[in-house]
Write a protein that binds this ligand. Structure first.
Ligand code: DP6
Length: 321
């Protein structure tokens, strides 16, 4: 039995919308910071029938896509006909903390370990396998800061993959995660991606991503926190504007989210704190900061009544146990 571990990532430039929904080929590039927790462990072993503790349809479809990808690599029999998957997760589901990224990057890592008996895979190839289950999972195959490269016109199964922008030890950043509610979200990301193009703001968003992606890469390379804050908050606001103007509109942020943002903005102005906020597809607020701000950001998060708080920092990505 193979066991792999991973954790979520937090997007600084968000992935929202596909050019192929079936193959999870994103409409644009995205970029994230890998977190060191909360962790997910995935086990895989050969089995007569395909078995998984949840989302049978999604995992079966993913398995079929992975086998199709292996055919294109010329190693069609590198995975068995069926597998049994086990999942142990510390992540509450449906709260906008990308548990699918952690699960599918760990699963890709475990599949790759089995496949490696036929032929070892590169990190890029493992990221393609992760992407076929969840787009953002491709980025979690790498530690540190990773981009999902999707630009271009390719429509083949390997036309989008992740690359490393900077390793974990390049920049010590923290992500203090404030979860205001554990209520399941009504529309999952997969369904949401399929609605993105119905927003009138979507074309403009896609046109602006190359600029923002480059600014984000520059900010990371120079460890320029002010620049990172500007571009990450701009992109987050823009993605939520697209979501809110799609048909039907998707409102992932709650009153609590808006209150937390208001308060952190006041705090950072008052105390000149380097801290940025960002939210994925849920009301959860991620407060990202360098070491000098961590104690104050933690104190702020702990003072939020009725919220669950996760204190994380840059992590190492998926790996085998
Ligand atoms: C808002 O990767 O969760 O978190 O491929 O359907 O699993 P699926 O989508 P997913 O989408 C991520 C959306 C996001 C932004 C991001 O992480 O880039």
């Amino acid at each position: 039995m193979i066991t792999a571990r991973s954790a979520p990532n937090i997007a600084l430039i968000k992935y929202w919308g596909n050019r192929s929904n079936n193959l999870r080929l994103p409409a644009a590039d995205s970029l994230s910071m890998q977190l060191d927790g909360p962790c997910v462990e995935v086990t895989v072993e050969s089995h007569e029938t395909f078995s998984v503790p949840r989302d049978l349809q999604r995992f079966t479809t993913h398995f079929a896509l992975v086998r199709e990808y292996l055919r294109t690599l010329g190693i069609p029999n590198a995975l068995p006909q069926a597998v049994r998957i086990g999942i142990t997760s510390q992540i509450p589901s449906g709260i906008g903390l990308a548990s699918s990224a952690a699960v599918f990057s760990a699963l890709a890592e475990a599949y790759a370990a089995i496949i490696s008996k036929t032929r070892p895979l590169s990190r890029k190839e493992i990221s393609v396998i992760a992407r076929l289950g969840s787009g953002s999972a491709a980025r979690s195959v790498f530690g540190g800061f990773a981009a999902l490269v999707a630009a271009g016109s390719g429509e083949t199964i390997d036309s989008a993959y992740a690359i490393l922008i900077a390793p974990k030890n390049h920049w010590l950043l923290y992500d203090v995660i404030i979860v205001p509610t554990q209520k399941e979200k009504s529309v999952g990301s997969t369904e949401g991606h399929a609605l993105a193009h119905t927003s009138q703001l979507f074309t403009d968003r896609i046109a602006n991503i190359p600029r923002r992606q480059q600014e984000c890469i520059d900010a990371i390379m120079k460890r320029d926190f002010e620049k990172l804050q500007r571009v990450a908050e701009e992109d987050c606001a823009n993605m939520h504007a697209v979501m809110q103007t799609s048909t039907p509109p998707l409102h992932y942020l709650s009153e609590e989210t808006h209150r937390i943002i208001r308060e952190i903005k006041e705090l950072r102005t008052r105390e000149h704190l380097p801290v940025l906020y960002t939210m994925d597809a849920g009301p959860t607020v991620h407060l990202i900061c360098p070491e000098e701000a961590i104690l104050k950001v933690q104190a702020f998060a702990q003072s939020q009544k009725g919220c669950k708080v996760f204190e994380t920092q840059v992590g190492r990505g998926s790996f085998l146990l």
